[in-house]
Ligand binder design. Structure first.
Ligand code: KG4
Ligand code: ZN
Length: 345
């Protein structure tokens, strides 16, 4: 059965609505995807302010839904269901989305499906690259860091993840320490282009330990110490030293992510998957050096799938598609869904 779903996303600092169609064979098409970021609302505070985020979501969701319907050339009457992020995330934002979705479901009688935000990210390669289960997923963003085997729309096996900061968070903090702009990931990547990653070597946390868990908070301390040493010796942070530290930081994060993913792939390949594949998602997957390091783990027998950036970062198309996957698998719909700040996969 072909399903067309409206998706809503409001768990962090992007307000988003999208329409996605999933055909009977499981292939997905994005009919529209509207994302309204809130970076400018939070810029002065050095991080996302939950109350400001929740208020902005509540004010903007209706408009995002209207725009998504317009761009898809659809009305709610032409939709088969509504999917909404019901966690994990900032609870005020999640609640804004859930209340909006409940209202739409009550007014239309459409089935309502709660979607785990992480499941949305993890199922995106089914939408963009038609990957078959089981596939491997490295989910790396400002808030998340997980290595998963995705067995089905509701079955995720976690092989490892960060024990402290997410890698995107580490990129953002490192950029602040180096006097680079926000978001830190793209700023560090740009600065690293003219830097020497070997000039100020940084540690590779937890690489000497078995398993797939990672740690990034020590890197932040290491970069702070290296910067302070340079500033003490030079009376400031010269442009070249800034670029060298950025390159060194990026190489350290890349090495940790690539090596831990390589270990996880051994576990995954032992399952003898019919169509083996490694997929990446999350904002950090935009990083060219990290992407190339992960791509190099794949070969003609293991496919590498990196969804387009707009679907890698927070969006509602992934929520609509995950909702369609769950509906197609027979998941129950209902208006009694609750908003959950914490909700591990
Ligand atoms: O997935 P995302 O848009 O939002 C969530 O965190 O959910 O990810 C944003 C994170 C930020 O921390 C940002 O610095 C990081 O992804 N990021 C990057 C790059 N582009 C964005 N990190 C490294 N290299 C990049 N090119
Ligand atoms: Zn996310």
């Amino acid at each position: 059965m072909t399903l067309t779903l409206l998706g809503l996303e409001s768990s962090c600092d992007d307000t988003a609505a999208a329409l996605v169609r999933r055909d009977a064979a499981g292939a997905g098409t994005v009919l529209s995807s509207v994302v309204q970021g809130q970076a400018s609302l939070h810029a002065a505070f050095g991080g996302v302010v939950p109350e400001i985020a929740a208020r902005a979501h509540a004010e903007r969701l209706d408009h995002c839904v209207e725009q998504a319907l317009d761009e898809a050339g659809l009305r709610l009457a032409g939709v088969d269901g509504i999917a909404v992020t019901s966690g994990p995330g900032l609870i005020g934002g999640v609640l804004s989305g859930v209340m909006c979705a409940r209202g739409l479901a009550a007014a239309t009688g459409l089935p309502l499906i709660g979607v785990n935000h992480l499941a949305g990210h993890a199922l995106t390669p089914r939408l963009t690259d038609a990957l078959a289960f089981p596939y491997m997923m490295l989910l790396v963003s400002g808030g998340h860091c997980q290595i998963l085997i995705v067995h089905g729309p509701e079955r995720f096996e976690r092989l490892g993840g960060t024990i402290d900061d997410a890698p995107g968070e580490a990129f953002d903090k490192a950029a602040r320490l180096l006097g680079l702009g926000q978001p830190g990931g793209p700023a560090i990547e740009a600065a690293a282009r003219s830097g020497d990653p070997g000039r100020y070597p940084l540690p590779r946390p937890l690489l000497d330990r078995p398993g797939c868990d990672m740690s990034f908070s020590g890197l932040k301390t290491a970069i702070l110490r290296a910067r302070d040493r340079i500033v003490a010796a030079e009376g400031g942070l010269p442009r070249q030293a800034q670029a060298d530290l950025a390159a060194s930081f990026q190489a350290a994060v890349r090495d940790v992510l690539v090596e831990k993913t390589r270990r996880a792939m051994d576990v995954y390949l032992d399952l003898r998957p019919a169509a083996p594949a490694l997929a990446v998602a999350g904002g950090v997957a935009a990083n060219g050096a990290i992407r190339e390091g992960l791509r190099a783990l794949c070969d003609e027998t293991v496919r590498f799938a990196a969804p387009p950036l707009a679907l890698c970062t927070d969006n509602a198309a992934m929520i609509a598609f995950a909702g369609a996957e769950r509906m197609a698998a027979g998941a129950p719909a209902g208006t009694d869904l609750t908003a959950r700040p914490r909700w591990p996969l």
